[in-house]
Design a protein. Sequence first.
Lengths: 373, 276
Amino acid sequence: MAGIRIENVTKSYGSLSVLKDFSLEVADGEFVVFVGPSGCGKSTMLKILAGLEEASSGTIRIGGRDVTDLAPGDRDIAMVFQNYALYPHLTVRNNMGFGLKMRGMDAAQIEMRVMNAAKILGVDHLLDRRPKALSGGQRQRVALGRAIVREPQAFLMDEPLSNLDAKLRVHTRAEISALHKRLGVTTIYVTHDQIEAMTMADRIVIMKDGVIQQIANPDTMFRKPANLFVAGFIGSPGMNFLRSPVTTMGGAAAVRLFGHDVRLEAPASLAGREIVVGLRPEHIGAGPGPVTFEITPRLVESLGSEKYIYVDVPEENRAQIDPADRQEEERRADTIIARLINPDERSAGERITLSFDPAHLHLFDAKSEVAIQ
Amino acid sequence: MRSRPVDRFFLYAAVVIVCAFLVFPIYWLLITAISPPDQLRALPPRFWPETPRWDVFGQIMRERPILLWLTNSTLAAVGSVVLSMTVSVLAGYSLSRFKVRGGQSLGLFILTAKMLPATLLVIPLFGIFRTVDLIGSLWSIILAHATLIIPFTTWMMKGYFDTIPRELEQAAMVDGCSPFGALVRVILPVSAPGLAATALYGFVLSWSDYAYARTFLTNAQTNWTANLGITTMKGEYISNWGDISAASILVALPILLIYLFLERYLVGGLTAGAEK
């Protein structure tokens, strides 16, 4: 086991720059998740770590050893691929033992390690089968087994759950977390699913266009997003955004939302700036509160224990945001969602009272999109 | 959806007609081989001889060096296939996996070379082989066949490698293989159906050659291939079509046996299970 240090790594394909000055220090035994939309450079960074892609510049150290120019097999890492990449011509036993055989380990020891790993993952009854005779979930476990028998310094996982169905994904997610706790091996995990990132990570690295947007633990990422992109990406449904110029009210900054002047917990010096106010769907409640407004929902979606209330944003509050996820941004521009837990019967077109607490508002500069602390 | 009986009738009728077209020449070859000479041109034609002469096969093997010809054909085909496959596996893998400057143009150039008729190369190759003293040697046709086979097999192998997920060799490299080790230990075993089909294609191409053997080997009787040998059975005035047909059947048998042997590889499906 070892820590990983990534220093100023860049990657360009001709004039196209896919990683811009990526630096990160991962502690020994830490579980770090790279998350971001497609094309943000997270998988490229993982492949550079594995040695499957060459960095244009920068250095990588695993356990204090500079591995930047080493072949993948010499880095003492194991990787789990999105499509499992099991060797179809080998049995499960030989798939799992392949890396050990390559390292010249004797057969008895390979067998012992394979059996141990297979027992941990519950695939010990499948050892003589070929991958084509396994279900998706079993293949996933074998791919994990192939990684753990090696007892490497670090695990690299490239969206290992994305080929599983929703139910199995939740189950395997918990299993990987448990496995990490049990083995304590430094793990870097790539996903585009923010729920996986939030539930599994010790720390999340959120990326966009090859640039790290924020590095933080899941709670901080949720409570104190560094910018509009992070705020919109983390959380489901995503944060609501409302645009407003800042005025003053009673010696503090204020904005006008849903026709109400709302006093912010921010200094009056913000006055005159154009800001985007972020409000999480779960921070909007039913009934009166510190800031109360009456609206007619455009749509009410029921999930049984909770309801999503879709509300039109007043014209003056509509925010135009650089689309990271176009569909989501289009929704966000003119609609906000309130997430009500165990609400009464509601239906679209029926007028309801909603409220929020200004203490829960997130403030972002409309131009730079950076959070105003 | 269940098909209607009338649809099935037409389907089976079409299958029978196509099979008849394909099988009839082979059937006629057999009839010609085992019919006594006086029944060959009988009118109306006989569809099965009254007294089949099954001993014709033993007889021509005693009279002609068929086994020597078959051995030469086998050596030429195996030699050219081994040479072609060695080159085309590496070339096809490189074209499939490595993005090199000019790689696409090189691929297209190879594709263009495929389009040249084989006979176009006979004279330049003859000149080259005469210079290096290979005329009359089996090496001449091994090399000549390889020049024909390599462009085809390179593209066939490239196409096959394209279907194999890159993650397989990436996984092998993370497991400790060198890029060449990943090719040998993982990609080639997985490519068995593609290799079998491609090698068989090259084998048939070499086995069925006549023009090159006729040009390069005519004066070296001990190196005659089967096709070249059979044509010498045709006399200037009299041709014994029964014997020629019997020899042709003997020459076709090895290909048939190889097809049967490789069938399980040719059906493919070995990559199933590599990924979701």
